[in-house]
Design a protein around this ligand. Structure first.
Ligand code: ZN
Length: 339
């Protein structure tokens, strides 16, 4: 009970990539880079194991960005002539690559790091992929002429990689869908169906991570404009509860999501964010256990997994490590108290 896991990313070592950045430049090239990514993956696994994390991940050491790290492996996308596009319903503008032809995978996306991680840990292993709705909101379309059609084309590619990750021995495959609280009406409409396409045929545990975004000013401004209570999830949780996705990951500590909404996720395992990734203040195990106690009012305790609010990629490495230890120790404290 109260297993601990992470949403996905961890800070990269400074010999691999620029520290403290959401979009770091690599500091190694070609074969050195490939080896460096694997070495960093091993460090990420070891750090999580030592911190008492039960379901470990690769820390996303091999990708520069959670969406574009996948898009690099997709043919049909023009990365050289990016265009400016409003992202997340025009919350901010970004230069995005353009889909110019039928989408196909160049090959495996995360084989090297998944197999390396699998070879070096006996714990449950989780890998993350961007969700189809979020991808479709992060590229421009000059080929499909229909956002939904394009999203399902991406879902097919995600499904191929997810099946391969399962064959690599991955226990949990998570799709990151920050777009789910932006296009609330489209989530029950087609967002969940696109996710179902992405998990088709999988027998491993599946998860979706949703969140209000962290780290960039546009997200902080947006959240400040949402008022005292963030109510977007109320609209999408009933649809998620009916879906075939096994787990839902979301923020709790220091967020303005009313915890009572979690009761709408009946039947799902809930990865509860007990670690704030937008603050450098390290949580105490006591605080972590308290969030778990608060969530127990709305989610059966056997369905609660302790997690980070979101990825930790842009954080200082020493702070992220201290927060991992707080996560592990807090989950352990909750087990002693509430199990
Ligand atoms: Zn997130």
């Amino acid at each position: 009970m109260f297993e601990a896991t992470i949403a996905g990313s961890l800070p990269k070592p400074s010999w691999l990539a620029e520290p403290d950045k959401l979009w770091p430049h690599w500091r190694l090239q070609s074969a050195d880079l490939a080896q460096g990514k694997l070495d960093a993956t091993l460090l990420a696994i070891k750090m999580q194991e030592d911190a008492g994390i039960d379901i470990v991940g690769d820390g996303e050491m091999s990708r520069q960005h959670f969406v574009h790290g996948f898009l690099e492996f997709v043919d049909g996308i023009d990365h050289d002539n990016k265009v400016e596009m409003g992202i997340r319903a025009n919350r901010y503008k970004a230069m995005v690559p353009v889909v110019r032809g039928a989408l196909t995978l160049k090959g495996r996306v995360h084989r090297a790091e998944a197999q390396h991680a699998r070879a070096h840990t006996t714990r449950k292993l989780k890998m993350t992929l961007p969700g189809p709705m979020t991808i479709a909101d992060t590229v421009a379309d000059a080929h499909y002429g229909d956002k939904i059609k394009m999203a399902f084309a991406f879902a097919d590619l995600l499904n191929a990689e997810a099946r391969a990750l399962q064959a690599d021995g991955v226990d949990v495959i998570q799709f990151d869908e920050p777009a789910f609280n932006v296009f609330m009406d489209e989530v029950p409409g087609w967002g969940i169906e696109a996710l179902h396409r992405a998990i088709d045929g999988l027998s491993c545990t599946t998860a979706v991570h949703i969140c209000y975004g962290y780290g960039i000013k546009a997200n902080i401004d947006w959240k400040n404009a949402l008022g005292d209570q963030w109510t977007q999830y109320e609209k999408i949780f009933p649809a998620l509860a009916k879906s075939r996705i096994g787990q839902v990951s979301l923020e709790a500590i220091h967020s303005r999501v009313p915890l009572k909404f979690l009761s709408l996720l009946e039947g799902k395992d809930v990865l509860v964010g007990v670690i704030d990734v937008a603050s450098d203040t390290v949580e105490t195990p006591e605080e972590v256990a308290q969030v778990i106690a608060d969530v127990m009012k709305f989610v059966p305790k056997e369905r609660i997994i302790a997690c980070t609010n979101c990825g930790m990629a842009p954080m200082h490495r020493d702070i992220a490590e201290a927060k991992l230890y707080a996560l592990g120790a807090g989950a352990k404290l909750a087990r002693q108290r509430f199990a």
